[in-house]
Write a protein that binds this ligand. Structure first.
Ligand code: SIN
Length: 328
């Protein structure tokens, strides 16, 4: 069995509160990775952890490009090693879906050829801090170690509350429930029960990505990455926020549209003008479930990956990476 490298980034899974009864008024990102692993191994996990590294210690609401660069490099370094089967990342739940999607796109472009060996990155998190009486972190981390050891685990996956998600499909839909994530209509990849992974469908292979993307991600200082913003279309939308962003030099925009990715006419007119000025604008849907049906008469292109519509936050990352690739 290949070994596992654990990279810790913070989040509620490493959070601490003054009282074991407090699952809301806590500080995320306090406990070191060694403490998280010690708590998870209480559950009887016998996996061989090669190495554990505290990469950063942050609340994932504060995730930024510099940490993503660091995380991508640490994953690629680990996965390039012949004795490593997978990386497990402990992360906050709030932006887990963004980091997962980013890593899936970017690591596919990393050198080394290890993608063909079906290696995996498994993210996990918790909704209750480590100090909570019934903390979910230890079980989730134990599940992540189990999943990472499974030969069928491939690409970037996430496991929370016993459910296994593909990076492309995962979204956080509940702000408090332990079972906070959904894969929507795409469905789960697998679930974990009694330390066993029960696969429902095969994990998607690493996507095809332009290998130049890896060089751009690593070589472009985080402050120089394209500036891509997300705006929502809603009742009473106006052109003003979009115009202000264009005037401020935004490099790209994603509009979280209503329903089937429709955009308020005032916002749409401003978006068309922005496109004419060279600012790419994509649209997505702010609906929480289902998928946009391509079509319609909008002049704003729909955010798609391999023909599949992306959620607004993932569309923002896809546009960011496209602009990064086009830059320089
Ligand atoms: C975070 O995202 O870092 C804090 C919230 C959480 O992990 O649930």
């Amino acid at each position: 069995m290949g070994k596992i490298v654990v990279l810790a980034t913070g989040g509620t899974i490493a959070g601490e509160a003054a009282s074991a009864a407090d699952a809301v008024g806590y500080q995320a990102a306090q406990r070191p990775v060694e403490a998280l692993l010690a708590a998870a191994s209480v559950l009887g996990d016998g996996r061989q952890v090669l190495e554990a590294q505290q990469l950063v210690q942050i609340d994932s609401k504060d995730m930024d490009m510099a940490v993503w660069q660091q995380l991508a490099q640490a994953c690629a370094d680990a996965l390039a090693r012949g004795d490593v089967r997978a990386v497990v990342i402990t992360h906050g739940t709030d932006t887990l879906e963004e980091t997962a999607y980013f890593l899936q796109r970017v690591l596919a472009a990393a050198p080394g050829g290890w993608q063909a060996q079906g290696k995996a990155v498994v993210l996990t998190a918790a909704m209750r801090p480590a100090t909570a009486r019934l903390s979910d972190g230890p079980q989730n981390l134990a599940d992540a170690l189990t999943l990472a050891s499974d030969p069928a685990a491939c690409g970037v996956l996430a496991v929370v509350a016993g459910k296994v998600f593909a990076a492309r499909d995962i979204s956080k839909i509940y702000p408090y429930r332990l079972d906070a994530f959904s894969a929507g209509d795409a469905g789960l990849l697998a679930w974990l029960e009694e330390g066993e992974v029960r696969w429902l469908r095969a994990a998607p292979p690493w996507p095809r990505t332009d290998s130049e993307l890896w060089r751009r991600v690593q070589d472009t200082p985080a402050d120089d990455w394209p500036w891509v913003e997300l705006l929502s279309s809603h009742a009473g939308s106006s052109a003003r926020a979009l115009q202000a962003l264009v005037q401020a030099g935004v490099d790209g925009l994603v509009l979280a549209g209503t329903g089937n990715a429709t955009v308020h006419h005032q916002l749409e007119q401003a978006a068309v003008l922005a496109q004419q000025q060279g600012v790419p604008v994509w649209r997505s849907s702010r609906c929480l479930a289902g998928q946009v049906v391509p079509g319609g008469s909008s002049a704003i292109p729909l955010a798609l990956q391999e023909g599949q519509p992306l959620s607004p936050v993932k569309a923002r990352i896809a546009l960011l990476l496209q602009l990064l690739l086009q830059a320089g």
